[in-house]
Design a protein around this ligand. Structure first.
Ligand SMILES: [Fe+2]
Length: 437
């Protein structure tokens, strides 16, 4: 059934059941040579691409309550120049194996999953299942599956077997965490990351993982308030964190009524806070325009270290899923869209200014690794190809941040509104997307 909800004469670009298929659990791990290839593989494209994401969204039919709670599935695509091979494997954490053996959900998910049995079965259960489901990196010959609320899991690149928690020779303790979105310094190859211990006061610890895979603590700072930091931005002198104006109300979580993620709520009329930490750990705190940010695209110094440009996907509020609702039935019309925005920040004077670079629903900004922390021109974004409002991200946009011109490739199914073409979008597109793409 095609989604028939539309605005005026504009037709939607997606079918809901196609989108829902992306949230079905993988039943069998795979390993095979790919025979069905459209076009020709470039002969000089050789190497291995690792991807990570939620691959199990239920346990014996008991549905998880949020896609972010899904168990990490590592996918590997190997390109030889002539052929392509695919393999995938779940990260076999002890919690994953225990649930597989029991055939039922044994752990609460952070965002939306409760154990069966109602609130009594969930009350005072604060155990975490490390789902290792958000990102995968290769640093110092270590292949690491990342999840921001715990330590990384190391895997064998050749077999995808799970080798165990990576504690960097004891330097990352059992209570410490490591972000799912580290940033690599293009000049040194060092990987920069952070961990958060969140509470009424939160502690942010910065890490540097060198080319040999050794972890070094770079800084540690305590900041006021509950921190929900999914990502950070990096320049050669400064690490930038945006604390979203959200509060955590723990009681419903403690008593088993709600998951931790469901106890987060936006704080009205409060600004975001920017935490800028230089390499010596000196902290500068500035208010930023209110909103919510999951992901940053890039940041750089505009001539001087205290003049910062920060580009991020901004939402007007925390895009929360209402407790008890099935995310598979989400009403896209009610989902707040993100926009790609630029903040110009003067750390010396405290002045900040915000500009919308791309006023369409988008997420997952990515820049060429060589320009990490540097002035750059192009960012790649996952974008909706629906002509208006919110929808699944079916396209990839290449945005020129200087001219604000965009090229978009749509993966929308043929016969629906989208087309598989590179479609230039005029400069300074208006708020409505009708007529574009
Ligand atoms: Fe992310």
């Amino acid at each position: 059934m095609t989604n028939t909800k539309s605005r005026g004469s504009i037709q939607p670009t997606f079918a809901r059941e196609d989108w829902q298929r992306g949230y079905r659990s993988l039943e069998q791990e795979q390993s095979y040579w790919i025979d069905a290839i459209e076009g020709v593989l470039p002969a000089d494209l050789r190497g291995t691409l690792f991807r990570n994401g939620p691959g199990l969204l239920d346990r014996n039919g008991e549905l998880y309550g949020h896609p972010f709670d899904g168990d990490g599935l590592i996918c590997r695509i190997s390109l030889t120049g002539e052929r392509a091979h695919f393999a995938c494997s779940f990260v076999k954490t002890p919690e994953f194996l225990a649930e597989a053996a029991a055939g039922k959900i044994l752990y609460r998910g952070v965002f939306g999953t409760q154990k069966p049995g109602g609130w009594l079965a969930n009350a005072f259960d604060f155990r975490l299942k490390n789902i290792a489901n958000t990102n995968i990196i290769y640093q110092g010959e270590k292949l690491l599956a990342l999840w921001e609320a715990a330590r990384p899991y190391r895997l064998a690149p050749d077999t995808l077997g799970t080798l165990g928690i990576e504690d960097f020779e004891g330097r990352l303790g059992p209570k410490q965490t490591f972000t799912a979105h580290p940033r690599r310094d293009p000049a040194t190859g060092d990987l920069w990351g952070f961990g958060v211990e969140a509470g009424p006061k939160s502690r942010i610890t910065g890490y540097r993982v060198d080319g040999a895979g050794q972890l070094h603590q770079a800084f540690q700072q305590e900041v006021n308030g509950f921190c929900f930091l999914h990502d950070f931005a990096w320049t050669p002198h400064t690490c930038l964190f945006v604390q979203n104006p959200v509060r955590f109300q723990p009681l419903p979580f403690v008593l088993g009524w709600r998951t931790a993620g469901e106890c987060l709520a936006s704080i009205d009329r409060e600004p975001s806070q920017l935490f800028a930490m230089d390499r010596s750990g000196h902290l500068t705190t500035l208010p930023l325009e209110a909103g919510f940010i999951f992901h940053h695209g890039n940041a750089y110094e505009d001539g001087e270290p205290h003049r910062i440009v920060l580009d991020s996907v901004c939402y007007r509020e925390y895009p929360k899923l209402e407790p008890g609702t099935d995310f598979r039935q989400v009403d896209f019309e009610k989902v707040v869209p993100g926009e790609y925005c630029r903040f110009r920040i003067n750390l010396a004077t405290g002045e900040t200014e915000r500009q919308v670079l791309f006023p369409h629903s988008c997420e997952f900004p990515s820049v060429h690794p060589q320009y990490m922390g540097q002035p750059y021109r192009y960012v790649y974004l996952g974008v909706t190809t629906n002509p208006a409002g919110q929808a699944p991200l079916q396209g990839i946009a290449k945005l020129d941040v200087e001219t604000q011109q965009t090229q978009t490739y749509s993966f929308a199914r043929a016969g629906l509104w989208g087309s598989r073409c590179l479609c230039p979008v005029p400069k300074a597109p208006p708020k409505t997307m009708a007529g574009f793409w």
